[in-house]
Design a protein around this ligand. Sequence first.
Ligand code: PLP
Length: 383
Amino acid sequence: MQMQFEDAYKEVYEIVKPKYKLFTAGPVACFPEVLEIMKVQMFSHRAKEYKIVHMDTVERLKKFLEVEKGEVLLFPSSGTGIMEASIRNGVSKGGKVLVTIIGAFGKRYKEVVESNGRKAVVLEYEPGKAVKPEDLDEALKKNPDVEAVTITYNETSTGVLNPLPELAKVAKEHDKLVFVDAVSAMGGADIKVTKWGIDVVFGSSQKAFGVPPGLAIGAFSEEFIEIANKAEEKGWYFDVPKYIKYQYKKQGTPSTPPMPQVFGLNVVLRIIEKMGGKEEWLKMYQKRAEIIRNGVREIGLEILAEPGYESPTITAVLTPEGIKGDVIYEEMRKRGFEIAKGYGEGIKEKTFRIGHMGYMTFEDIEEMLQNLKEVIEDLKKKA
Ligand SMILES: Cc1ncc(COP(=O)(O)O)c(C=O)c1O
């Protein structure tokens, strides 16, 4: 294939070409193998070749997420689409949901519950804290009429990883559905869907799998699917039983999927296998997180997450007295590193975040930490 209008390509490339080493909250840098496969010429999503990759991706995800019963589905949306699907398909109209909130994305789940005409009961913590199983138990005792509990597995705004297996266990003891936002956890933290008793868990392509945005991944339990089969007025686009039907009959999705992202995700899942499987891959994430946390502490900075609940995919750092987070962000950009600004009520200016997701080398991490040290020293002198 020959380009005839290379100038058109170059004009856009000039705007979007890579300028920074990314330590973002997502989208994150993608693996070169992923970008390479995403360049292939398009063809019909109903063609045999697409069906092969779609079903292979689903099978690989089932293994990665340890789904023994239920279904894994791919959605042509970002992760929030499945957040909405969980409510529309799994909670009765006007029904109650216990929403646990430890940051901005727990708040989003509450908005999704309420904007779909359901009622939210809230269990909320201050930034940096994780949900405690005993508090969840208490909240469920006080609200026996809720149909589901929502949990943000990894709160991207605070860098906190909730104790998901323990929380799911408590919710199941109360016989509640468990909906898990794993957007910034899936691919970077362990998930055992069936063993942990999770009814819905969703992730997005642009986070720990290191694939461009546009594809959401969901796993659904048999119990949830039974409820969804009977649910009325689920809408068309996020009708879960419709996705299952299409996957069985047409080995695809009801509407056109983002095919390049599906190919990219398939490549990442193969890379994980070649690296030695899920355990080795997750160890890589743990190692990145530990190096970053230790580096940040050596610079003399404090981490927002309470000890024992630190995220393997993103670290929220408290800024030194008198220095705003976005100033640190801008200074790092000047040095060729894109980190993430603080996010969420009360912590936006007091924090900045370092993402550990997607494609990066350990040398990149060391270089980023060295630059961060110099930036903080310079800013402290000026403060
Ligand atoms: C924890 C969490 N939940 C939900 C979302 C929203 O995901 P998406 O933009 O893929 O819809 C994000 C995005 O950053 C997130 O970090």
